[in-house]
Design a protein around this ligand. Structure first.
Ligand code: NAD
Length: 457
């Protein structure tokens, strides 16, 4: 029995979910999850959780009330803790020096000061948020600025979960990375964190490293994933220009074991709260070390993503005779990917805003994310019709744009949908998930990415 108390500050997509898994796997630890957002904590204590993630509710139910507690009193959660995971948001800065590129560390620094203020003994502080390399140094400086002679050890343990598969990713991770400095005390603190994961993760998958490598690895892992998406997306216009088919290319290229087949599906572009923010941060760090070429290389990953989103919209506009005014467009999908309700940086938001600017009438449908529509669109939300039911969204529409790869969109009765749409009817498949030949036979003009269009006369 460890008898230890773990506190997590920040009950968002990462903190709320990782701690549920840690508590479920480690009944000998008491796990407290705390947040300044009281409404969020209230929902963590009901079965209407604040986020949607397959398998999450079952995991929470296993441990909640036993050794897992979601609480609003940040101070007493800090006080009680032996180990503190910090999982607060680290968005891109929107003001001052580095605006639009570097990370806004205000939430992070506030947490460091809260920890210091509410602690009456030394603790292990674990960076779970994604942070610029060298942040641990600043954290340690703040924590050591205390007059109480308290000793803190700062450990880096970045999170590699992907939304939509978070529970599976946490239960059977590819690896768990734990970085520390190399002093005797830091190594002992690192081993404490290793012991938590050893409850369910095979030891060969628990990787330790120096603290700067750990911080930087997270940024680089996200940059590589985003780069793969931009790489395949960058080939889609070339396919469209030449008659090559991107699916055949993905297969041929992915069968090379040196390359591998994953992350080779073309799309309308990546979204989510992390890829763009982390690459911007990487670019900013490179620039601050005068590494211009490296910065430019990674910046291009983002440029291709913007280009792909813009290209998708322009294809719709040009195909629909260069005017959208007054036309109803059904947008299938608001979340940035399937199996999550997270809409942060979703390509759907970009597309809908462009359609509204063209004075189109937008009908938006999504199985899980509609409750975030007001957050996603602000005042523009009032100009959009929201539908739980995709059939209703498509009624009288001139076109459907598939933006999120929800399984449900593959299985709809498109014959029924076609019968109730305005003619000519268009489908723009921004995820290449639909059977174009079949839809063409039904009567649609069909457009996928990186494939010859299937146009009805
Ligand atoms: N979302 C992902 O898929 C993912 C994956 C890996 C890593 N990360 C990283 O994890 C971190 C958190 O991401 P997220 O998606 O969970 O963010 P989030 O916005 O969902 O959650 C962050 C939470 O921290 C809370 N918070 C902020 N300041 C606080 C304070 N001083 N005290 C208590 N609570 C406070 C906020 O209220 C919010 O609920 C980020 O650094 C992100 O880059 C995210």
């Amino acid at each position: 029995m460890s008898g230890k108390t773990v506190t997590c500050i920040g009950a968002g997509y990462v903190g709320g979910v990782t701690m549920a898994v840690i508590a479920a796997k480690c009944p000998d630890y008491k796990v407290l999850v705390t947040d300044i957002d009281e409404e969020k904590i209230k929902r963590w204590n009901t079965d209407d959780l604040p986020i949607y993630e397959p398998g999450l509710l079952e995991t929470v139910q296993k441990a909640r009330g036993r050794n897992l507690f979601y609480l609003t009193d940040v101070k007493s959660c800090i006080k009680e803790a032996d180990i503190i995971f910090v999982s607060v948001n680290t968005p891109t800065k929107t003001f001052g020096e580095g605006a639009g590129k570097c990370v806004d560390l205000q939430y992070w620094e506030k947490t460091a000061r809260d920890i210091l203020e509410s602690s009456d003994r030394g603790k292990i502080v674990v960076e779970k948020s994604t942070l610029p390399v060298k942040t641990a140094e600043a954290m340690k400086k703040i924590l050591e600025s205390n007059k109480k002679s308290l000793k803190f050890e700062v450990i880096s343990n970045p999170e590699f979960l992907a939304e939509g598969t978070a529970i599976a990713d946490l239960e059977t991770p590819d690896r768990v990375l734990i970085g520390s400095s190399q002093t005797k005390e830091a190594l002992a603190a690192r081993d404490e964190i290793v012991r938590i994961y050893e409850h369910w993760v095979p030891s060969e998958k628990i990787v330790t490293s120096n603290i700067w490598s750990s911080e930087l690895s997270k940024l680089i892992a996200n940059a590589f994933l985003a780069q793969r998406i931009s790489s395949i997306n960058s080939i889609t216009p070339l396919c469209e220009a030449t008659g090559a088919d991107i699916s055949e290319i993905s297969k041929a290229v992915g069968l090379d074991t040196r390359i591998g087949g994953r992350f080779l599906s073309p799309s309308v572009g990546f979204g989510g709260s992390c890829f763009k923010k982390d690459i911007l941060n990487l670019v900013y760090i490179c620039e601050s070390y005068s590494l211009k070429e490296t910065a430019e290389y990674w910046e291009n990953v983002l440029k291709i993503n913007e280009y792909q989103q813009e290209r998708f919209f322009l294809k719709m506009l040009r195909t629909m005779f260069n005017t959208m005014a007054g036309k109803k467009i059904a947008v299938f999908g608001l979340s940035f990917k399937a199996d999550t309700d997270d809409t942060r940086e979703s390509p759907s938001i970009y597309l809908v805003k462009k359609l509204l600017a063209e004075k189109a009438q937008v009908a938006l449908t999504d199985p899980k994310a509609l409750r975030n529509a007001f957050w996603a669109f602000g005042d523009d939300a009032e100009k959009i019709e929201l539908f739980e039911d995709p059939y209703k969204a498509a009624e009288n529409a001139h076109a459907i744009a598939v933006v999120t790869e929800w399984e449900v969109y593959k299985k709809l009765d498109y014959e029924r949908i076609f019968g109730k749409m305005s003619q000519p009817s268009f489908i723009f498949d921004g995820r290449n998930i639909l059977d174009g030949e079949k839809l063409h036979k039904i009567g649609f003009s069909f457009f996928a990415l990186g494939k010859p269009p299937l146009i009805r006369d």
